[in-house]
Structure formats: structure tokens, C-alpha cells
Design a protein around this ligand. Structure first.
Ligand code: PMP
Length: 362
């Protein structure tokens, strides 16, 4: 089999070393004679795997002790419900700073089902018609239970490189697509939520990192599997966790540590995104809808100036085994996702394809 380069937005490419190790251990873990997915989540051997993964995440993200780390299921969308169910009293209100598709989905989940969500539209267009984040519109409403942001909008390709000042109001961040792509100060957040399927592991694992004083306020009818206090008191083993994804997350955290940690990944991600955006900025054949200062380092969204070439572009890319370049269905266009596992070489290959395609069709 010849290698394909996978620019899909998630589930997406995982580090080849991690894939190879999982393959090796799949049928026989640690000479136990059974595979990793065949082990009880309560066995001493698996508990060690789970605890090591949590310890590694705490280490590479520098997570303070007064934050709980929960390994869950239900995906990012499960957490769109879990956030209000855990943090928003029936008669309370919360601010949603919307910068794209996923923060809007989170806002809707809260507003349509759980309570008063205050919508703040936080993007605008510059003179070139490019979308940028208007941080000045991120003002909390007095008495708010929390303020919600999505730090990297996977669909739109827009990333927040600044955080709003929310004072005492806890800032809740969806980091599904930018987790571990650059260092962050966990203390700036009340809670961080992320689905694992982009930078960490296969789909089916969701992680919540939450300040412990915010745990224990869930509504009475919050499903137990979404109640952070239940999950925390059971060490994320209230129900059977996704043992395989949790194990693979541990392998990915080890890989991150081995290659120099999150700061090293940030440098790599800056270099990769500069290469791609730098090329497209000077090639009018491609158009960039997002303003330079908030272009995502991991989801590079672009369009062809002549959109009638879209199908041909995707066909030729697939013929060269460059896959996953089609933009999200709500937006159209193209998107190259270049998460942590994507090496610079993968971006060079893509740039070479983009260059040849532009020349052939200009
Ligand atoms: N938030 C972000 C930033 C995402 O990219 C996604 C999925 N791509 C979601 C939430 C939803 O995640 P899930 O499909 O796991 O519910």
C-alpha cells in the first residue's frame, strides 16, 4: 500500500509511531496474552494505563492539582449539554461568544434546551472582506454563570490567539481541534473540553478539565454520565469508558513528551501553517476567507477563485492520494487540516500539489 496524506478534519491522522505501537499491542498487551481492547477497565493492568495517561496529560499541559481531568464519552456535542447542565442554574444566564460553527452549535444547545444563553456575535469583516475576531465584543453580562468560547473553529478555520478578560466569570473553552497544539495557561479557564479525535486519539473519547470548585453544581436531572461530580468521584469509571481511545491517548501524550512537549509542537505548527498560508497569500488562484491574525494553525480553510474547478481539484488530489481536502458541508470550499501528527513534509507535499494545480489551470 502506498501512503496517503490525510488532511481530514477528524477523525484524522495520528502519529505513525503511535499507530505502530497500538498495532503491536493490539492482540497481546504487555505479554498478558490478551489484547488491549479485551481487558477489563477495572483490571490492575488497565487502571495503570488509564492513570498513566492522565498523569501524562497533567504533565504536558501543566494542569494544576485543583483541576479534575475527566475521561468521558459523548463527544464535543455531549459537552455542549454538559456545560449548562453542570454550570448553569435554572434561573441563571451564560454568555456565548460566537466565532463560528461550533460555538454557535454550543450556544443553540444551551438556548434551545437548558436556559438563558446570551448570544454575542464576535466576528466581523475587514476591508478585504476577510473574517476576523472582534475581541472587543466579548463582554460578559453581570451575574453570568460562565462565558463560553471555541478557541479553534474547525469548520471556519478561525483561531483565537487572545483570551477575553471575563473577570470572576469562569471561561469555558472548547479546544477540540487545538488541544495540545500550543501551550496554554490552564488557570485562565474554568473548564476546557475537547473531543480526542483530532490531535489525540480515535473518536469516542472526550476530556473535560475542570476547576474543582465548579464541580458539584449539576442540575438534579443531569444524566449521571454527564455529571462532572459523578465522573470525578468514580475516576471516570462510572460507566465503561472507551478503553481503547483512552489507551491511545496515553500513547499520544507519551509521543508529545518524547518529541519535546507542547512548545515543540507549537513551533512545528507555526512553521507548517506559515508555509501553506504564505504560498496561498501570493497566489491569487487560491483565496483565504480569514484575516491573517486569526487564521487557524491547524485548519487551513481556502477556496479556489474559480469554484467550477472544485471537483477537478478534489479528483486530482485523490489521484495523488491527498485525501480529506473537501471543506465542511456547511461552508463548502476546501480545508486542509494539519494537526499535531502532520509533519512538515505533508504540508510540503500539499503545497507542491497546490502549485502544480494552479499552474495547470491558470
Ligand atoms: N467542537 C469542535 C471545535 C469540533 O471541531 C467538533 C467536531 N468536529 C465538535 C465540537 C463536535 O464534536 P463531536 O462530533 O465529537 O460531538
Amino acid at each position: 500500500m502506498t501512503k496517503a496524506w490525510n488532511y481530514g478534519a477528524g477523525p484524522s491522522m495520528l502519529p505513525p509511531e503511535v499507530m505502530a505501537q497500538a498495532q503491536k499491542e493490539f492482540c497481546d498487551f504487555n505479554n498478558l496474552g490478551i489484547g488491549i481492547v479485551e481487558m477489563s477497565h477495572r483490571s490492575a493492568e488497565y487502571m495503570a494505563v488509564a492513570q498513566e495517561a492522565e498523569a501524562l496529560l497533567r504533565e504536558i499541559m501543566n494542569i494544576p492539582e485543583d483541576y479534575a481531568v475527566l475521561f468521558e464519552q459523548g463527544g464535543g456535542r455531549g459537552q455542549f449539554a454538559a456545560v449548562p447542565l453542570n454550570l448553569l442554574p435554572e434561573d441563571g444566564h451564560a454568555d456565548y461568544f460566537v466565532t463560528g460553527h461550533w460555538s454557535r452549535c454550543a450556544y443553540k444547545e444551551c438556548a434551545e434546551r437548558y436556559g438563558k444563553a446570551i448570544l454575542h456575535e464576535c466576528t466581523a469583516k475587514n476591508e478585504q472582506g476577510q473574517i476576523y475576531i472582534d475581541y472587543s465584543s466579548m463582554q460578559v453580562t453581570p451575574g453570568s454563570s460562565y462565558a463560553y468560547v471555541c478557541l479553534n473553529e474547525t469548520v471556519n478555520g478561525i483561531e483565537m490567539f487572545e483570551l477575553p478578560d471575563t473577570g470572576e466569570v469562569p471561561l469555558i473553552a472548547d479546544m477540540s481541534s487545538d488541544i495540545l497544539t500550543s501551550p496554554i495557561d490552564v488557570r485562565r479557564f474554568g473548564a476546557i473540553i475537547f473531543g480526542a479525535q483530532k490531535n489525540v486519539a480515535p473518536a469516542g473519547l472526550t476530556v473535560t478539565i475542570v476547576r474543582r470548585d465548579l464541580v458539584g453544581k449539576a442540575r438534579k436531572y443531569c444524566p449521571s454520565v454527564l455529571d462532572w461530580s459523578v465522573l470525578s468521584s468514580y475516576d471516570s469509571m462510572y460507566n465503561t469508558p472507551n478503553t481503547f481511545a483512552w489507551y491511545m491517548a496515553g500513547l499520544a501524550f507519551k509521543w508529545i513528551k518524547r518529541i519535546g512537549g507542547v512548545s515543540a509542537l507549537e513551533q512545528r505548527n507555526i512553521a507548517k501553517s506559515r508555509l501553506l498560508y504564505g504560498y496561498m497569500e501570493q497566489e491569487p488562484f487560491y483565496q483565504l476567507p480569514i484575516a491573517p491574525e486569526c487564521r487557524s494553525r491547524v485548519n487551513c480553510v481556502f477556496t479556489l477563485k474559480d469554484e467550477s474547478l472544485n471537483a477537478e481539484f478534489l479528483k486530482q488530489a485523490a489521484a495523488e492520494r491527498l485525501i480529506g481536502l473537501k471543506g465542511h458541508k456547511v461552508l463548502g470550499g476546501m480545508r486542509a487540516s494539519i494537526y499535531n501528527a502532520m509533519p512538515l513534509e505533508g504540508v510540503e507535499v500539499l503545497k507542491d500539489f497546490l502549485t502544480r494545480f494552479a499552474k495547470a489551470h491558470s
